[in-house]
Design a protein around this ligand. Structure first.
Ligand SMILES: [Zn+2]
Length: 482
């Protein structure tokens, strides 16, 4: 999916939840604020603060930018950060409310005008120990409410104060301590941070995401080590904590964005055979908080596929893609998503355009599928009047492109008429027996629609299906004559 997670929208979502929290006092809105601040908001900001991302997605590369040219998010991102103190610690009719656990000092005024200072000491979310010192200007009875994180299985709280009467109760996601507070009274909290696994559904079927306390984690190409340089080769070892064995450790210098920064080694599997590493082999991968993922320009991924790729999977999934012209749409033809697409539009005419996918090593396939991207008034399809678009393949890096087949069921389009082609429509090319390919492309004449001064084509997906080419028993594969 392209163009999701715009930072302006993230900040609007913060404003909306802050407003709902103010109106209702319900902890779920504060929970959402913490989730968004620690993950999506800081995930959109470059770790040194010098840039912001426009669309910050669950996988890909962080699109940090430091210039305001058409970049609305560069103004709204900092606005989001500036909002944090307005909801982190607040007051209500009963007293003081702690929603977020950032280290710092707050100067508050109770409804009757009494000044109360609050000092929070913690290295959260490095760990869950939080110390809150309450400093009212004078001895005063009021409530201190502390949000109890929903993800915490065994929250602990201790009130360290000289006086006699503490009334502690839990309501609606908050612990409320009512007492006569004196300068220096302290509350110690322990919200033990633990890993959690979210098993994907719908578009994330067959994938898992790992969280640690309030943090969403991601795999980062910068931390795959020498054996695996590509995220494509990685899958999660299972859907439960026992299989994944998440264990935090201090972050190496290369990704240490703050003194408490951590990485989270998890058990993983080689998804595809790469070099000496066979599909299914065990390995360990260090995950990082989403806020730090891709900080140095590397690719990252929150949803990790499960287990090695199966023979029924699209073998081009996650492979390297390229096209004849860069175009002006930021989609992908290898994400198994028919809604995200790319185009070759550059406002110029062209006699031929292509969309290609290149693998790490040759794979045997017997079915290739091209999915049309989108039909626009000024093009986006292949003009089939002089021949249907064709599938070409390369057997190795040095081999020349050769034609596998034309897409016979592609409609009889012309330069100006898309013949009813719809976005995401798929056209398959079936082979009588598997063929080994290293790269595949679809080639055709781009259409111009109502603007003959230019022409372009589009592509939503290029997929191929067949058998993995790594096992010895497939060595008798026949190459069809074409
Ligand atoms: Zn924006």
């Amino acid at each position: 999916m392209a163009n999701v997670g715009e930072t302006c929208v993230t900040v609007t979502w913060l404003q909306f939840n802050a407003q709902l929290l103010r109106l209702t006092g319900e902890a779920r809105f504060a929970e959402q604020l913490e989730h968004v601040v620690l993950n999506q908001l800081f995930g959109a900001q470059r770790c040194d603060g010098s840039g912001w991302g426009y669309y910050v997605q669950m996988e890909g590369k962080k699109p940090y930018s430091s210039t305001l040219d058409g970049h609305c998010c560069l103004s709204s991102g900092p606005r989001g950060v500036a909002l944090i103190p307005t909801f982190a610690v607040t007051t209500d009719a009963d007293g003081v409310v702690v929603n977020l656990f950032d280290a710092g000092t707050a100067k508050l005024k109770l409804r009757d005008g009494t000044a109360v200072g609050l000092t929070i000491e913690t290295s959260y979310p490095n760990n869950g120990r939080i110390s809150i010192t309450v400093n009212p200007v004078e001895k005063k009875a009021f409530c201190l409410k502390v949000r109890v994180p929903e993800w915490c299985a065994e929250p602990k709280m201790e009130v360290l104060a000289l006086a006699k009467r503490n009334k502690k109760r839990e309501t609606g996601g908050y612990w409320t301590v009512t007492r006569e507070w004196e300068k220096g009274d302290r509350v110690e909290l322990l919200f033990k941070l633990e890993p959690r696994v979210v098993v994907g559904d719908h578009k994330n079927q067959g994938k898992v995401a790992v969280l640690y306390g309030p943090l969403v984690l991601a795999a980062d190409e910068a931390l795959l080590g020498a054996t695996n340089r590509s995220l494509k080769a990685i899958s999660a070892a299972g859907t439960n904590l026992a299989a994944l064995a998440v264990m935090p450790e201090p972050a190496p210098d290369a990704v240490k964005s703050w003194p408490g920064a951590q990485v989270f080694p998890v058990n993983a599997l080689a998804r595809k055979s790469t070099g000496s590493l066979k599909a299914g082999a065990s390995l360990q991968v260090q995950l990082v908080p989403f806020a730090d993922a891709g900080a140095n320009g590397t690719a990252y991924k929150v949803w990790l596929p499960l287990g090695p790729a199966s023979s029924s999977d699209n073998v081009l999934f996650d492979a390297q893609e390229s096209r004849s012209r860069a175009g002006n749409v930021s989609g992908s033809i290898t994400d198994d998503d028919l809604l995200s697409f790319v185009v070759t539009f550059n406002d110029k005419p062209r006699t031929e355009d292509w969309f290609a996918v290149t693998l790490d090593e040759p794979v045997a396939v017997n079915r290739v599928v091209f999915a049309h991207g989108q039909t626009f008034h000024d093009g986006g399809w292949f003009d089939a009047s002089a021949g249907k678009p064709r599938i070409e393949v390369k057997a190795s890096a040095d081999a020349p492109w050769r034609t596998l087949a034309a897409l016979g069921n592609y409609p009889a389009t012309t330069a100006a008429d898309p013949a009813g082609l719809k976005g995401g429509e798929r056209f398959a090319c079936e082979l009588a027996s598997p063929i080994k390919v290293w790269a595949i492309r679809v080639v055709g004449k781009p259409a111009c629609g109502d603007n003959p001064k230019q022409a372009f084509a589009s592509c939503a997906e290029l997929q191929a299906f067949g058998v993995q080419a790594d096992a010895g028993h497939k060595s008798n594969t026949q190459t069809p004559r074409l």
